[in-house]
Design a binder for this molecule. Structure first.
Ligand code: ATP
Ligand code: MG
Length: 257
């Protein structure tokens, strides 16, 4: 069972992370602490949320500041290096993957991860295949996608594709999953189902950093919130404090709905 200290363990930190696009300061000394839980970043359009995610995961390089994951510096490492440390940043599912079946998507996710633990144990290829397939089916079972195992990914709904992305991350010893607007365009029922899976995974030790505008749905599932506007963190706290924060209401919540 997780202890209280494990749940509060700091996984990722940024220290005065700064990113400029020409004259524009898209990230202005952003310092955050992501603990072993579900962290949400909200804020107005153009606030810097996606830029923060991209800079943390190596898709953009930082101009100043540092990023640490599990106490080791990862600032400006390549996306692949960062992925290998256990951070997965999901994107919209690329087209080639849509032409594969659900189970194939999971199996190649693990293959992409590089040398697997099983391989390094020197087991035979067949034994490895068997274990991978078993693992893939247990991931599908957890996600409620088992009945779709032989379906082409292109036949999945938007919500099911999101679950498949999570499944691909689970095949790769992921420790932190970073998602930009994971429930955008997804029906409320399935959105709740997806967020419930996030909660279960969080209890199992996987941390989440998500950016989302659908506060009506997402708030009940998150542990901690950062609010970004103009490239800065303007507030942080638990849902209730954030909803009542006058500055947050002024720059973001007031403009919503
Ligand atoms: N590659 C880029 N080149 C130049 N400017 C960029 C680039 N990417 C983002 N920006 C600018 O940086 C600022 C922050 O953008 P970002 O996409 O991070 O905002 P966001 O908070 O994700 O917004 P949204 O809620 O609309 O997704 C915006 O002013 C945007 O126009
Ligand atoms: Mg964005």
């Amino acid at each position: 069972m997780e202890t209280h200290s494990e749940l509060n363990k700091v996984e990722l930190t940024t220290q005065k992370l700064t990113k400029r696009f020409g004259e524009l300061q898209a990230l202005d000394e952003v310092s955050i602490e992501i603990k072993n839980c579900i962290t949400l970043i909200i804020g107005p359009n153009g606030g810097g949320k996606t830029t923060l995610i991209n800079t943390v995961t190596g898709f953009l390089s930082a101009d100043e500041g540092e990023v640490f994951f599990k106490k080791r510096e990862i600032t400006n490492l390549s996306p692949h290096e960062i992925f290998k440390r256990g951070i997965v940043r999901t994107f919209q599912t690329p087209k080639p993957l849509l032409k594969l079946t659900v189970i194939e998507n999971l199996l190649i996710a693990e293959a992409n991860y590089g040398e697997s633990i099983i391989q390094s144990l020197g087991r035979s290829w067949l034994a490895k295949e068997e274990m991978l397939v078993k693992k893939a089916f247990s991931v599908l079972d957890f996600l409620g996608l088992e009945h779709m195992w032989n379906e082409f990914a292109m036949n999945l709904s938007g919500g099911q594709l999101r679950l498949l992305e999570i499944g691909r991350a689970l095949m790769c010893q992921t420790k932190l999953i970073i998602m930009d607007e994971p429930i955008a365009g997804i029906a409320p029922d399935l959105s709740h189902a997806i967020l419930k899976k996030f909660r279960k995974l969080s209890e199992m030790g996987i941390s989440f950093l998500i950016v989302e505008h659908r506060l009506d749905i997402v708030l009940e599932y998150v542990d901690h919130i950062y609010v970004m506007a103009g490239g800065r963190i303007i507030a942080e706290g638990r849902s209730k404090d954030i909803l009542e924060n006058p500055e947050v209401i002024e720059v973001y919540l007031g403009a919503q709905s």
